[in-house]
Design a protein around this ligand. Structure first.
Ligand code: NCD
Length: 301
């Protein structure tokens, strides 16, 4: 039984195994269409989602497995009657072969693992982690750039509450010669613990105060929306909006990613630019999550 709850568990070799399996799934999806026949996966989400939930549901079904799910567990599960997460997981783990869970609390996956008899896959935990998103982000970088080593990555937007940012900077730190640039409003700066972590892995981190501080040959621009739901309210307009004019300051080789959903931080006038790859990135979620499911359920041949 293998859980995937934190980027801390991952090694470069694990990631490579998942990426290689993803490549094989993309090349020959039919070969994997019965890999999870007879397996039931429970998909329980305590927070809203479009991509993560539906791509996991697609992934299970494309592997021949079946699902039981609740899309709003806060309101529609016994959580609304005061049941603890621990009791809910103890019950659900008796119904299925794996649990994919999104929860608003940072330590929810660790709590679930303690009481679960089946693998837990963290599909987003509070503001802390979103490992499966980072796996598909890195897969997209590897697919587009042919490498993850020697990458210059700019992270933008909500670096304080954005779990996709936190997991991405952790996972990319497993690679060699990585430079990360951070551009956000001051009140949404990257927490020091991630800066210290990158430093411990020899990743350079540069705080930027405008687009001109990001090198024009940066490999990846990774923008994110402000996570208003984590601090209860708006703080005004996004300051660093990527539109056609801004994107054109960067190289023809720079790619623009976003975990989605986007708000105003990326204008729709860039959508037809070949460098704007966020929809392709979202579509990569299905084969990457198929590979993750195969690994967690010990079905990697
Ligand atoms: C992200 C999330 O839930 O953290 N969405 C996603 O999973 N693709 C980003 C966000 O909600 O802003």
């Amino acid at each position: 039984m293998k859980h995937l709850i934190s980027c801390e568990q991952c090694t470069r070799q694990n990631l490579e195994e998942i990426f290689e399996l993803t490549d094989k799934i993309v090349e020959n999806p039919k070969k994997y269409s019965e890999s999870l026949v007879g397996n039931l996966v429970s998909i329980i989400f305590y927070e809203p989602s479009t991509r993560t939930r539906l791509s996991f549901e697609s992934a299970v079904q494309r592997l021949g497995g079946t699902i039981v799910s609740t899309e709003n567990a806060k309101a529609y599960s016994s959580t609304a009657k005061g049941e603890t997460l621990e009791d809910t997981i103890k019950v659900i783990s008796g119904y299925c072969d794996a649990i994919v869970m999104r929860h608003n609390e940072d330590d929810s996956s660790e709590r679930a693992v303690k009481v679960s008899s089946v693998p837990i896959i963290n599909a987003g935990a509070g503001k802390k982690e979103h490992p499966t998103q980072s796996l598909l982000d890195l897969y997209t970088i590897r697919q587009q750039k042919g490498r993850i080593d020697n990458v210059k990555l700019a992270v933008l937007g909500d670096l304080l509450y954005g779990r996709t940012i936190h997991s991405l900077v952790e996972l990319i730190s497993l690679y060699d010669n990585i430079s990360v640039y951070g551009l956000s409003k001051k009140e949404f700066a990257l927490p020091q613990k991630y800066i210290d972590y990158m430093k411990s892995k020899n990743v350079s981190y540069t705080v930027c105060s405008n687009f001109d501080d990001i090198p024009s040959d940066v490999d990846v621009l990774y923008h994110t929306r402000t996570q208003y739901e984590r601090f209860g309210g708006g703080t005004g307009r996004e300051e660093f909006i990527i539109n056609k004019e801004v994107l054109d300051k960067f190289s023809k080789e720079t790619i623009l990613l976003h975990p989605l959903p986007r708000n105003e931080e990326i204008s729709t006038d860039v959508d037809d630019d070949p460098r704007a790859l966020f929809f392709k990135q979202a579509h990569n979620g299905v084969p990457v999550r198929m590979a993750i499911l195969l690994q967690c359920l010990d079905k990697m041949e």
